[in-house]
Design a binder for this molecule. Structure first.
Ligand code: GLY
Length: 358
């Protein structure tokens, strides 16, 4: 067994680190803007590739003809979920350590203050649609694993193998890199500290690969809806649930204020209730852009006394009720982008980096 790459560092090198880094080239068409004036209706996604653009056009078709934000968000999320090339969401997503694709998704409708979610859902290509059904047809918020699958099948979803050949080959390569001294490691924010101890010196640059998408929309009635959907952390432990299906973490919508969504290291997003925090910041008068940046800073502030050099990979997006938009990422060298569709057309919007160069 090779020891030069750990199971996680392999993916860092192969796929790029952190949220918002995709296997696709950036969307070439579309204007990159630094900001937009508030405008509604609108639909946005944290995905900035061609599939993200297609998703926005699909969602916009619904909004344009007076349809609901809920319908637009589901339609757009489905476009991203069924893309076999996208290894971070839905069909084609990278599997867990056993080679099984387990999907997480949440849905929230600001108009009715309803939410639904599924976690560790297997064999269903469009978990966002199942999450929407949980929201609209049960008094529960979160279904997991076998129960979520049973619910989906009861609603007529077909079971399908979600592991594409591309994802399977990546997973097999990862398995090849396992070494007898590898393990699941400490929480990421403790690794730099523990690395100094003897066991950890063998693990110089353990990184995670996350990926997810958020879709947020405001319809012509001013109602707001959102969805977050993901295959979660690649090669996660069987049964690991990230932030995406956790209302308040990966997604939050308040019809009077706005909506926010998160991608990136779900463990931080869960601990910080980041999406709820962003919406509450907007309620206090912060712009969506400021709210995204506030949430990233709040996370690093929490680590100041634990590991001040720790800047986890997260990307946040937010919209407020008047249609202003924000996007920020924790670190990196290029500004994060998000896709936006309004009556003015399609736009790639450029956000900010909270801690450039980290
Ligand atoms: N943000 C996706 C995950 O951590 O699963």
């Amino acid at each position: 067994m090779k020891k030069s790459l750990t199971r996680r560092s392999f993916f860092f090198r192969s796929l790029g680190a952190g949220a918002g880094v995709f296997l696709f080239p950036p969307v070439s068409a579309g204007i990159i803007q630094k900001s937009t004036k508030g405008i509604t209706p609108l639909i946005i996604t944290s995905h900035s590739n061609e599939t993200g653009r297609n998703a926005m056009e699909a969602g916009w078709e619904i909004l344009r003809s007076g349809g609901s934000a809920v319908d637009a968000v589901e339609k757009a999320a489905n476009v991203i979920e069924v893309d076999p090339e996208d290894t971070s969401v839905g069909y084609g997503g990278l599997p867990n350590e056993r080679g099984v694709v387990q999907l997480d998704s949440s849905f929230m409708d600001g108009k009715t203050y309803s939410a639904g979610a599924v976690a560790c859902l297997e064999n269903i290509k469009t978990p966002s649609s199942v999450a929407r059904l949980v929201m609209q047809h049960t008094d529960h918020v979160l279904l997991v694993g076998a129960g979520a699958l049973e619910f989906a099948k009861a609603w007529g979803f077909n079971e399908e193998d979600l592991l594409t050949e591309k994802a399977r080959k990546i997973w097999l390569r990862w398995k090849e890199e396992l070494s007898p001294s590898d393990d699941w490691g400490a929480p990421e924010h403790l690794q730099n500290i523990q690395k100094k101890e003897s066991y950890w010196k063998d693990f110089p640059d353990i990184e995670h690969h996350y990926g997810t998408t958020n879709v947020l929309a405001i319809d012509s009635n001013g109602d707001i809806a959102g969805c977050t959907t993901t295959s979660g952390l690649s090669f996660k432990l069987n049964g690991r649930v990230g932030d995406s299906p956790i209302i308040g973490a990966g997604l939050y919508v308040d019809n009077e204020v706005g909506a926010a969504g998160a991608t990136g290291r779900g463990e931080d997003v869960i601990k910080s209730c980041a999406s709820y925090y962003m919406v509450m910041r907007m309620k206090e008068g912060r712009t969506p852009q400021q709210a995204c940046e506030d949430a990233l800073k709040m996370i690093t502030d929490k680590y100041l006394k634990v590991n001040p050099g720790f800047f986890p990979s997260e990307k946040f997006v937010a919209i407020n009720k008047s249609g202003e938009i924000g996007c920020a990422t924790m670190k990196g060298t290029s500004n994060p982008k998000m896709s936006v569709r309004t009556e003015k057309g399609f736009t790639l919007l450029e956000g900010t980096i909270a801690f450039p160069g980290k």
